[in-house]
Design a protein around this ligand. Structure first.
Ligand SMILES: [Zn+2]
Length: 271
C-alpha cells in the first residue's frame, strides 16, 4: 500500500494519533498502582488480551491504531492527574463512585467530537472495570464461578454487604491498627467485609502482593492475580460487545478484511 492517495484529513488524523500516543506513552511510564508495575497482567496486557479474545469470538478485526489508543489510555488513569481520585480506581470503598464515573466516561466517549477522544475515554472506562476486580474482594467472593460484577448498576443499587475495596493511599487510613490486622485475616475470611482493610492488603495488581500471590482454592494452581485478571479480561470483552452496538467511535474501528478496513474506515473518523 502506498500513501500517495491519502487525503489531507487522513494525514492530519495520523499526526494527531501519533501525538496522542506519544503523550499517552509518556504518562504510562508513571504507573503507580493498579495492575501496574510488576504485573504480569497490567492494564495494557489485559486490554490487549481482551481485544484479541473479542476479535476471535466475534470474527471481527479491530484497527491496530484503535487498539493502541485504547490500550495506552487504559493505563493513563494511573498517571498523576487521576491517581488521587478514588472513583477512577474503585478505591476507598467508593464503589458507587466508580460505577458513576464508568457511566460518565462511557457517555463522554459516545458524545466525543473526535474519535481520538472517544477511544481515550473508552480506555479510561476499561481502567475502572479492570481495577474493580483487582482492588475489591469480588474475586474472593465469587472465586472461580466467573460471575461478572454488575459494576454499571452499583451507582443505582447498593453493592453486596460483604463487598469492599481498600483504603488508598494506605498511610491515610484512619485506623492503622485495623489496616495492619487485615494482613492477618485467614483466607477463609477474605470473602467477608474486613473493617479498615487497605489497598495494600486487598489488591491483586501483582503477584508481589500478598493476595495476588496466593493460590485460589480449586483453582488448578492459579493465583488470585491471574484470577482477577481473568475477570477483568472477560468484563473488558463485555464492554467491547456493548460498544460495538452503542459507540460510533468504536464501530469505525471494526471491519474485515484488515486492508479494506484501514483504507476505508479511517475516512469515517471525526477529526
Ligand atoms: Zn487504577
Amino acid at each position: 500500500m502506498t500513501f500517495s492517495f491519502l487525503h489531507g484529513s487522513y494525514r492530519t488524523w495520523i499526526v494527531r494519533v501519533t501525538i496522542v500516543l506519544l503523550f499517552l506513552t509518556a504518562h504510562s511510564q508513571k504507573q503507580i498502582e493498579a495492575f501496574g508495575g510488576s504485573g504480569p497482567y497490567d492494564h495494557q496486557v489485559i486490554t490487549r488480551l481482551a481485544l484479541e479474545r473479542y476479535m476471535q469470538e466475534h470474527d471481527v478485526f479491530v484497527n491496530p491504531i484503535c487498539e493502541e489508543l485504547i490500550a495506552q489510555s487504559a493505563v493513563v488513569s494511573d498517571s498523576s492527574y487521576h491517581s488521587g481520585q478514588d472513583m477512577y480506581h474503585c478505591d476507598n470503598n467508593n464503589i458507587a463512585g466508580c460505577s458513576y464515573k464508568l457511566d460518565e466516561l462511557e457517555l463522554e466517549s459516545r458524545n466525543s467530537a473526535t474519535s481520538v477522544e472517544g477511544l481515550q475515554r473508552m480506555g479510561q472506562a476499561l481502567h475502572i472495570v479492570q481495577d474493580f476486580y483487582s482492588h475489591s474482594n469480588w474475586v474472593e467472593i465469587m472465586s472461580i464461578s466467573m460471575i461478572l460484577a454488575p459494576i454499571e448498576e452499583f451507582k443505582d443499587i447498593p453493592p453486596p454487604h460483604d463487598l469492599q475495596t481498600g483504603v488508598y493511599p494506605d498511610p491515610i487510613n484512619g485506623n492503622p491498627e485495623l489496616g495492619f490486622l487485615c494482613f492477618f485475616n485467614p483466607e477463609s475470611n477474605w470473602s467477608h467485609f474486613i473493617p479498615g482493610a487497605t489497598h495494600g492488603c486487598l489488591n491483586k495488581d501483582t503477584r508481589r502482593s500478598p493476595r495476588g500471590a496466593t493460590l485460589v482454592p480449586l483453582g488448578g494452581g492459579m493465583d488470585y492475580h491471574r484470577l482477577a485478571a481473568e475477570y477483568a479480561i472477560r468484563h473488558s470483552v463485555q464492554k467491547f460487545k456493548e460498544w460495538e452496538v452503542t459507540n460510533g467511535h468504536f464501530q469505525v474501528c471494526l471491519g474485515r478484511p484488515p486492508v479494506a478496513l484501514f483504507a476505508c474506515n479511517m475516512q469515517k473518523f471525526h477529526l
